[in-house]
Design a binder for this molecule. Sequence first.
Ligand SMILES: *Cc1c(COP(=O)(O)O)cnc(C)c1O
Length: 381
Amino acid sequence: MDHSATTPVAPEVLDAMVPYFNIKYGNASSLHSFGREAREALEESRVTVAGVLKAKPDEIIFTSGGTESDNLAIKGIAHRYQDKGKHIITTSIEHPAVLEVCRALTKAGFQVTYLPVNKEGLVELSSLESAIRDDTILISVMHANNEIGTIQPIDEIGKLAKEKDIFFHTDAVQSVGKIPTDVDKMGVDLLSLSAHKLYGPKGIGALYVRTGTRLQNIIQGGGHEKNLRSGTENVPGAVGLATAAKMAAESIDDEAKRLTRLRDWLAKAILDNIKEAWINGSMEKRLPGNLNFSFRYVEGESLLLFLDSKGIAASTGSACSSKKLEPSHVLRSLGLKPEECHGSLRIAMGRSNNQGQVEYVANAIQEAVARFRAMSPLGQK
Ligand SMILES: *Cc1c(COP(=O)(O)O)cnc(C)c1O
């Protein structure tokens, strides 16, 4: 129930990768046959990843993952186009890999506008429109949110960005493989993705860079990946990413339907049986497997530990922020009070989950909430 934090590597993905660790281990930049064999696998992987995004192969840059892709996109545009302007627009609910990069750029003299979201967790086009300035060089809005699963109106934002001649980046780490991601329909110039969120290995991802979009590199060296990302190519990783992305794309409609059914069943089971509970974020514009509950008078951390003792892995907020014990910036942006954020629970279903498990989880959550409320002075009303 925590597939938004990471996913297991699919057996087919592992099988495809293994030869590139030992038998076909060449350096993709070597000119001999071992190198050429590795290069071929790398370029084939690029074609596959491009196909999934409806992009061209030479628009795909392999990186070490979602965090690096976000860094390269945002710093890359900021430093390359700072003579045009130093204003960036993003949202208040982005992943730290975007928010912290923007924060760092602020120290380097850039100005950042953080768009609010409405109660549904969605960016309003009107607020974006009024945030755009003459010196805006980049808009970065995530496709699907990692905590509440809300899906932003990327196509419309893309149209607006194009009209105003502003580069548009989307962090699509949570959406690739779960919902369709077509770079032309979305109107994006840059798109980040990561393999380990879609049943691929950790430590590999990609950045889509639309032809004509120039970036300042952030890792210098031997000039790999069109000089945008130096370092000996991670061939097994690229093969793993490509295999995982292709598999996810092949089953995307069926899996989305299946997960939506499980999601809606669990949502109803919880809301019908537990009082003073609600779901954060829009139910319509939402990832198939995501639910984010709030339970009044209950601590999210206690809930998690109880579920863990029942063999259920879930999360409060995102895996990245849950150690900080600060209320989630995403839930705060929805207008929740700090104490309401603490009683939240993220359920992120994926390939391995089925109806039997969802019923088990529904029972466990009911038991946990009843128990913690019985112990809480406020919960006994
Ligand atoms: C996981 C995640 C990232 C970071 O990706 P890594 O590959 O783990 O660095 C970035 N953005 C979102 C929305 C994520 O969910």
